[in-house]
Design a protein around this ligand. Sequence first.
Ligand SMILES: [Fe+2]
Ligand SMILES: [Fe+2]
Length: 300
Amino acid sequence: MATEHHPITPRRVSFDWRETPLHWIPDEPTATHVINVLHLLLPAGERWFVKVFKEALPLVRDPELLKDVKGFMGQEATHSVQHSYVLDHLAHQKLDTGPYTRQVDFLFDVLLGERPPFGLPVSEREWLRFRLSVIAAVEQFTAVLGDWVLRADALDAARPDPVMLDLLRWHGAEEVEHRSVAFDMYQHCGGDEPGRYARRVLGMAITAPILTYLWGRGAAYLIRHDPRLAKRLRYTLRHHKRAVDKGLLPTWGELGAAIPRYLRRSYHPSQEGSLSRAVAYLAASPAASRGRAPGGAVAS
Ligand SMILES: [Fe+2]
Ligand SMILES: [Fe+2]
C-alpha cells in the first residue's frame, strides 16, 4: 500500500473546445499529433481499465484500497469521456479518427476482453490478474507522462491552446495523484510470489512495445489524415526528435528509464513524480475550478 493517504476523488470538469485549433501547438504539427495520440488511445483504454477493475472489485479485502480503487475508477471514467470529446472536435475539423479507434476498440474489447482471445487455455483468475498487471504497467507510463506535462515549461513557451494544455495537465495531475492505485490493486489481487512478480514483469514486457507501436502508428495516422497538412508531412523520427529537443515531447531516456525502475522487486509508484505539484495544479486548473462551482467533486 502507499505510504501516504491522499484521497483519490474524481473531479467534475468542463472544457470548451470551440476555439481550439487543429494545430493546438502553433507551427508544431508533429508535437501536436504525437500528443494527440492520447485522445486516440485513452477513451477505449481507460474505459477498459474501469471494466477490468469492476471485475476485480470482489477480490479486494482492504477497505482503504477499495476506496482508492473506486476513486481511481471515477477519475479514469471521467478522463475517458473528456478525451472522447476531443475526438468529436477533431472529426468536426475534418480529421476522422474512426478507422484508427476501431482498431483500438478491438484491442481492448476483444483481445483484452472478459475472456482470453482465441480460446487460450488460461483460467478466469489468471486472465484477470494478467490484465491487472497490464493496467499497472500502463499506469507507470501515465504517471511519468503526467509528471512530465506538469513540468514542461517549453509547452507554455510554444503558445499552445490553453484549453488543451489544461486538459493535459488536469489529466496528468490526476495520473500522478492516483499513480499507486493500479499497482496496489495488482499486488493485492496478484496471488503469491514468485508468480506475482513474474506476471508484473510480463505485463510490462507486453505493454511497453505495444504502447510504443500504437503511439507511432497513431501519430502517423493523424499526420497522414490531417486536412491542413494535406499529406505534405510524414511522421518521422527526425521530426519527432526535433520536437523532443525543443522540449515539446518527453525524451526517450525519460520514458525508457521508467521500465527498469518498474521492474525492481522493491518498486512502488509512490516514488514517481511530484504529488505536491500535481495537487497544486488541480487546485488551479481552470477546468477543475469551473467544475467545483457549485457542487464540488463528483461522488465516486
Ligand atoms: Fe487517466
Ligand atoms: Fe490513470
